[in-house]
Ligand binder design. Structure first.
Ligand SMILES: Nc1nc2c(ncn2[C@@H]2O[C@H](COP(=O)(O)OP(=O)(O)OP(=O)(O)O)[C@@H](O)[C@H]2O)c(=O)[nH]1
Ligand SMILES: [Mg+2]
Length: 610
């Protein structure tokens, strides 16, 4: 049976990172009775991707649906990390309302502003959910004031300003209309959704039109296109056309029509305007395409996704170890994979360069790109990447660079050092909040350039007690030079296997990234020097054997355990003349020019030209 349009609600859950979106969806799913009573369900069940589970964050938006009082509520969970803002933008076309979650203690944060602005500009009905109300430091009244101010600042209409508020603890699965009210479940939240979010519009009798907002894959049926039916109706077997973004029109036959139900998709005979559906049978359909009635090929406009702000080179691996650890290693493999990613990863850009072995990949932040690198490596790809660089542009003949709005929460005593550190990175204080509970909140405008490599510095300076968040804040005229890394690299002088004697001597010179038995090659970065300049070390050097007793003494050498750099740490550490070699088995840092002699020549040439 087709669901009546009055009995459908389409909502997205949006918020700053970690404010509890996915956990709330867990509770909504549980209380809608889609799981069997004794069924074991993992926490944050929608964070189903391997990297999402490892990192504890949502990376991709996901659809689900529940039924409440006979109404189907289609829910889209979105990521809160600023680097994945593009994911939020693309799915907002599917919904009529949003739940804006705000942590009852943290309050309005940079990404709260970003996602709310997007939702308001699309005229979606907002419901404010003050979440994590169970936290003992919760300060709900203040947070509501902050949110109200934010709505005003974002020029919300009178109607939008009249937003309903629900208090909730997603973790405990309870919601309240008012603080202190009796409630043992999420009914107050469900009722608010039914009351305030409009049911979707669209003429059921008009020619069919469906804008594709999401793409999924299934081993059995192949590509699945997901979107909200704008008008008309669709059934299995219908002959329709796909209107592509480039203007092409292609006839297709609908293989099946499905709707969401909890964690599953179920096939339906027919679906009509207002419903979020999955259709199969269109093999190369992509996000932003419109599926239309064959007689009325009228494509719908898609949302404008914000531009990328950071880019890096992806290169074919040409290190001495190239091809030994990965399955997909050629330029053709790399090219295909990157261009395929662009179809669904909407804020990503891939451009060819003069060299067929080198691609320029641009994204919305370091995490956006590092997740792609990590995903590819797990799929068996082997390649190299360069240092991330911000994307500058000329506006009216003046060089501009991307700025970030940075909010840090730190123990008061670190205020001085953090201000100093950010000052050196051309950060400018915009706001200082009065301290509470020993913590102080500082807000800065800082060039995106200045934040590359800042996170690890921040964590060391605040001894892990600080929280930092930032979000893109437009382009501003170039702020001047920012000093680069203040330490050089330790570089292996020859190819071979690192041995204790060589490592023992090298560790005097800085911090090593490798240990005994690790394979190295000439020009590979094996550590961080304690000085400004790069230093070549021989980690493969064995002790010269003069007599039998000395030969065994290697084992007595005390080695400091190496600092193993994660991919993120490599991206923070890497210098302009270095590359990161990524394979399914290893992440190595290297000099672009491997030979010490050639590097010295290059350096001399540079000096001569200045
Ligand atoms: N105290 C408390 N903690 C919560 C609540 N809801 C979620 N958390 C915790 O907050 C953290 C983040 O929860 P998630 O549900 O992953 O948050 P999210 O908004 O989906 O995060 P992203 O998708 O990465 O933006 C987890 O450690 C949760 O256990 C709540 O109601 N109360
Ligand atoms: Mg999440």
């Amino acid at each position: 049976m087709t669901q009546k349009r009055e009995d459908i609600r389409n909502i997205a859950i949006i918020a700053h990172v970690d404010h509890g979106k996915t956990t709330l969806v867990d509770a909504m799913l549980k209380q809608s009775g889609i799981f069997r009573a004794n069924e074991k369900v993992v926490e944050r069940v929608l964070d189903s991707n391997e990297l999402e589970r490892e990192k504890g964050i949502t990376i991709m938006s996901k659809n689900t649906a529940i039924s409440y009082k006979g109404v189907r509520i289609n829910i889209v969970d979105t990521p809160g990390h600023a680097d994945f803002g593009g994911e939020v933008e693309r799915i907002l076309k599917m919904v009529d309302g949003v739940l804006l979650l705000v942590d009852a203690y943290e309050g309005s944060m940079p990404q709260t502003r970003f996602v709310l602005r997007k939702a308001l500009s699309m005229n979606l009905k907002p419901i404010v959910v003050i979440n994590k109300i169970d936290r003992k430091e919760a300060r709900p009244e203040e947070v509501i004031d902050e949110i109200f101010d934010l709505f005003i600042e974002l020029e919300a209409s009178d109607e939008q300003l009249d937003f309903p508020v629900v208090y909730a603890s997603g973790r405990d699965g309870v919601a309240f209309h008012k603080i202190g009210e009796d409630s043992t479940d999420l009914r107050p939240l469900f009722d608010t959704i039914l009351k305030y979010v409009p049911s979707p519009g669209g003429d059921i009798n008009a020619p069919f039109q469906l804008l594709i907002s999401s793409i999924d894959y299934d081993d059995y049926v192949g590509r699945i296109a997901i979107g909200k039916i704008e008008r008309g109706a669709i059934s299995k077997g219908d002959k329709v056309v796909v209107c592509r973004k480039d203007g092409q029109i292609e006839p297709v036959k609908i293989g099946s029509v499905q709707i969401f139900s909890g964690l599953n998709r179920i096939e339906v005979e027919r679906a009509q305007a207002g419903e979020i559906v999955c259709i199969t049978g269109c093999d190369d359909i992509t996000i932003g395409d419109t599926v239309c009635d064959a007689e009325h090929p009228e494509p719908l406009p898609f949302v404008d996704i914000d531009e990328p702000t950071i880019s890096m080179q992806f290169l074919v691996n040409n290190s001495p170890f190239a091809g030994t650890e990965g399955t997909y290693v050629t330029s053709r493999h790399l090219r295909q994979r990157l261009f395929k990613e662009m179809e669904t990863n909407l804020s990503l850009r891939v451009e060819e360069t003069d060299s067929p072995d080198n691609f320029k990949v641009s994204g919305r932040g370091e995490l956006h790109l590092s997740i792609l690198i990590e995903t590819m490596r797990r799929e068996g790809y082997e390649f190299q990447v360069s240092k991330p660089e911000v994307i500058t542009k000329y506006i009216d003949g003046v060089l501009h660079e991307p700025m970030e709005y940075l909010v840090v929460d730190i123990p008061e005593e670190y205020m001085g050092p953090i201000m100093e550190e950010l000052g050196a990175r051309k950060g400018e204080v915009v706001n200082i909040h009065p301290p509470g509970q020993g913590f102080i909140r500082l807000e800065f405008k800082v060039p995106a350039r200045g934040l590359i490599g800042f996170r690890s510095r921040f964590l060391t300076t605040t001894r892990g007690n600080g929280i930092m968040n930032h979000v893109f804040n437009g382009y501003e005229p170039f702020k001047g030079e920012i000093r680069a890394r203040d330490r050089g690299s330790l570089i292996a002088s020859e190819t071979g296997e690192a041995v204790p004697y060589g490592l023992y001597n090298a560790q005097e010179r800085g911090t090593l990234f490798i240990g005994p038995g690790d394979k190295v090659y000439e020009g590979m970065v094996v550590g961080e020097s304690s000085r400004v300049d790069d230093l070549v070390v021989n980690v493969c050097k064995k002790k010269h054997v003069t007599n039998m007793r000395a030969a065994g003494s290697d084992e007595a050498l005390r080695l400091v355990p190496p600092k193993i750099l994660s991919l993120e740490a490599c991206l923070e550490f890497i210098a302009d003349d270095e590359l990161i070699e990524v394979t399914p088995e290893h992440i190595r840092l290297r000099k672009k020019i491997l030979s010490a002699v050639l590097r010295a020549k290059e350096k001399k040439k540079e000096k001569d030209t200045i």
